[in-house]
Design a binder for this molecule. Structure first.
Ligand SMILES: NC(=O)c1ccc[n+]([C@@H]2O[C@H](COP(=O)([O-])OP(=O)(O)OC[C@H]3O[C@@H](n4cnc5c(N)ncnc54)[C@H](OP(=O)(O)O)[C@@H]3O)[C@@H](O)[C@H]2O)c1
Length: 406
């Protein structure tokens, strides 16, 4: 991108970008690029007095963290695509950048090619952000889309995504929600001006979503998506990542496959949605070069506007205390008074039901399959009601339950 679009980039900054050095692990590996001086001595890059901007695209914490710290402390601007680095150390690194009067940019760490950090830091900064809901992980969105479109199981859809290069050989960080938790942690930090502790963020992946859930959700007018949600709650915040039912008429429901999106609700702007390709080398390059251009304009023009002080210590509400609606799928004895007993078990925990679907599950064994939806209630109450169903004898098995977001 720096080579192909060099003229346009020079015009936009007001001066040319020169690649001083490219740090790699294996200098002998064929890379299909020319003119970039490769070196395995990455420390020499961050110490080089000629270098004004360091792009950190290594990933992980070691050696990325020490390199970024050293670059910032040495008065160099940094652009990184590293979500783990920013989610875990963003507050401290931002402080170092502010103290040294340099810039730390990380647009690619959150939405790949989708501009999310800059709009929240700039155009939307005058708003109180009341809610962020994101589909922030491409791998899980590909898997859930295949499960919905082809009736595949989670395992089949994951295998296909791996064969097509949409999922890593070790997909844990994506399918278990960690990648999305890093991203919503960063967005929540920017939106609310205080960084949360990423370990406090509730995360539940998509391994337990079954094709029956996707089918029942469809019948009830919903799609299942891995959502990353952040909202203020007094002086705390609700930040969570989990699969959820989304109404088909919500714009997020139609974000499919490799596409990612963030829906923002601000007090003055109302609803805004950003969507695009959340990963891949070209969209990621687009975000990294955009950040580089921003820094280049600052150095050429003599003024910056992007690093703002962000404190840490944003407390996140435990998941048991959130209020939302729920979907639950049950196997029940096909006999009178079962429905009443289930409604009573929920009612005893102050949970009221809003919709129901039922079908014969096993005629010979006289079993039915019931799907229930609840009105909004406290999660602790919902869990207590679900836990009481099998012991009460009115339910044979709780197959699955999921949160419902509106
Ligand atoms: N790929 C995406 O779509 C995407 C999207 C958004 C954000 N990101 C983020 O971008 C970062 C990189 O991801 P990636 O997918 O590009 O990873 P990658 O393909 O593994 O590339 C990592 C690069 O860093 C180099 N490297 C690793 N350890 C090094 C070390 N100790 N010293 C010097 N060089 C080292 C590697 O050199 P060699 O080539 O010699 O091994 C390689 O060129 C991660 O933080 C990731 O989360 C990626």
């Amino acid at each position: 991108m720096l080579g192909e679009n060099a003229d346009a980039i020079r015009r936009k900054i007001g001066r040319a970008v020169e690649v001083v050095a490219v740090g790699v692990r294996d200098a002998g590996k064929p890379r299909g690029i020319s003119g970039a001086p490769l070196t395995t001595d990455v420390e020499a890059i961050v110490d080089d007095s000629q270098v004004e901007v360091v792009l950190e695209l290594i990933g992980g914490l070691d050696p990325a963290l020490s390199l970024v710290e050293r670059a910032l402390a040495g008065g160099k601007h940094v652009v990184t695509a590293n979500k783990e680095l920013i989610a875990k150390h963003g507050a401290r690194l931002t402080r170092i950048a502010t103290d040294r009067g340099v810039e730390l940019h990380f647009e690619a760490a959150v939405g790949g090619g989708i501009p999310l950090v800059q709009p929240l830091r700039h155009q939307l900064a005058g708003n109180d952000v009341l809610r962020l809901i994101g589909i922030l992980n491409g791998t899980t969105n590909v898997i859930l889309t295949r499960m919905a479109d082809q009736g595949a199981s989670f395992e089949e859809a994951l295998e296909e995504a791996q064969a097509l290069g949409y999922a890593e050989a070790d997909p844990a960080s994506d399918v278990d929600g960690t990648d999305a938790a890093y991203k919503i942690s960063i967005l929540g930090g920017i939106a609310f001006g205080r960084w949360p502790d990423v370990d406090q963020i509730f995360r539940e992946g998509i391994r337990a979503v079954q094709r029956e859930d996707i089918r029942f959700a469809d019948i009830l007018g919903y799609r299942i998506k891995l959502l990353a949600i952040a909202e203020p709650h007094g002086d705390r915040a609700i930040i969570r990542v989990h699969p959820a039912l989304v109404r088909k008429d919500h714009p997020l429901a139609s974000v499919s496959g490799v596409y990612n999106a963030l829906w923002v609700h601000g007090d003055f702007v109302g609803d805004v949605m950003f969507s695009g390709r959340g990963a891949g080398s070209e969209p990621t390059a687009s975000a990294v070069v955009g950040d580089l251009i921003d820094i280049g304009r600052g150095t050429a023009g003599g003024g910056f506007g992007s690093v703002e002080p962000i404190e840490d210590g944003l407390d996140v509400l435990p998941i048991e205390e959130i209020r939302t609606s729920y979907y639950v799928r049950l196997i029940v004895p096909d006999r009178p008074r079962v429905l009443g007993a289930i409604a009573t078990a929920f009612g005893e925990q102050e949970v009221s039901l809003s919709a129901m679907e039922m079908r014969v599950y096993d005629q010979a064994a006289e079993l039915g399959e019931i799907v229930l939806m609840t009105h909004a209630c406290k999660e602790a109450h919902f869990r207590a009601a679900v836990d009481s169903l099998v012991p009460s004898g009115c339910v044979v098995r709780v197959c699955n339950w999921l949160r419902v977001e509106s």
